[in-house]
Design a protein around this ligand. Structure first.
Ligand SMILES: C[S@@+](CC[C@H](N)C(=O)[O-])C[C@H]1O[C@@H](n2cnc3c(N)ncnc32)[C@H](O)[C@@H]1O
Length: 254
């Protein structure tokens, strides 16, 4: 399908130089390789080339969800990494039609991923206490066009969750133990609680409170991801890796 207003594209030169832009009629984009006009991309198909004003050819590629969220969104908080977001979505059983409560919204990275999975029939209610993060998340989410599947709430999740019978509650806040009782009231029977926690003392407090409240099937885990440099005869792990993102605690309401 030809590229239209509002689409997001990657302009690819090589493995080290790629740019991601949202197409807006009349816009121009400047890179080291020269300037490109949005109007020269509109109507082209993914996989074709656009030529910069100094004659460099860039391949127009279709971005994935991860490309769009992690390369186009602005970041004002720590964000959930794709590996953790993927496990949260899978273990919280999130799919089309799911009703999910999330806090805090932060930069909206996890919100966008959850919205992608619940759309078009489900909804993500996302709670955020800080106005400036709420506003930035809103702008980020507009880039994806999944607005119909997200309700942003400027509200403290510890002071109450309005929704009932939800499929999952996902907490990425510094003190999730203070919101576990509200999450319990909000979840349907069999609904999944998922918490993302950077430190182990947060894990202990969260698990203790989850046990006290009667959550079942409580699991705590960490995911490690290692990338590889692959070249015939020389393949090995990359020297640098992200050693720690956070821990995950999952539990179910009986
Ligand atoms: C680490 S960020 C969340 C990042 C988000 N998961 C993402 O992937 O972009 C934590 C956010 O929780 C918000 N927050 C902290 N306590 C909260 C609460 N009690 N209710 C709602 N939001 C809260 C903070 O303002 C901050 O924006």
């Amino acid at each position: 399908m030809p590229i239209k207003e509002g689409d997001v594209v990657i302009l690819y030169l090589n493995e080290n130089r790629q740019y991601i832009v949202k197409i807006s009629r009349g816009a121009t984009y400047s890179f080291n390789e020269g300037m490109v006009k949005a109007d020269d991309i509109l109507g082209k198909n993914y996989g074709e080339f656009v030529v910069t004003h100094i004659g460099i050819k860039l391949r127009i590629l279709r971005p994935t969800l991860v490309d769009t969220v992690y390369r186009l969104f602005r970041r004002c908080t720590q964000v959930i990494y794709p590996k953790d977001a993927a496990l949260i979505a899978l273990k919280a059983n999130i799919g089309p039609g799911s009703v999910v409560v999330e806090a805090g919204t932060g930069s909206g990275y996890l919100t966008a991923i959850l919205a992608h999975f619940v759309c078009p029939t489900g909804i993500v209610y996302s709670y955020e206490i800080r106005r400036e993060f709420f506003e930035m998340a809103k702008r980020n989410l507009e880039l994806l066009g999944l607005g119909d599947c997200v309700v942003l709430k400027e509200k403290d999740v510890r002071k109450g969750i309005d929704e009932r019978e939800v499929d999952a509650v996902i907490l990425d806040i510094p003190d999730p133990w203070n919101a576990l009782s509200n999450a319990y009231e909000s979840l349907k029977s069999g609904g999944v609680l998922a918490c993302f926690l950077p430190t182990l003392n947060q894990v202990e407090k969260t698990v203790e409170e989850a046990r006290r409240l009667g959550y079942l099937m409580i699991e705590s885990e960490e995911l490690l991801e290692r990338r590889y440099k692959v070249k015939l005869g020389e393949s090995r792990p990359e020297t640098r890796m992200i050693g720690h993102t956070g821990y995950l605690v999952f539990a179910r309401r009986p």
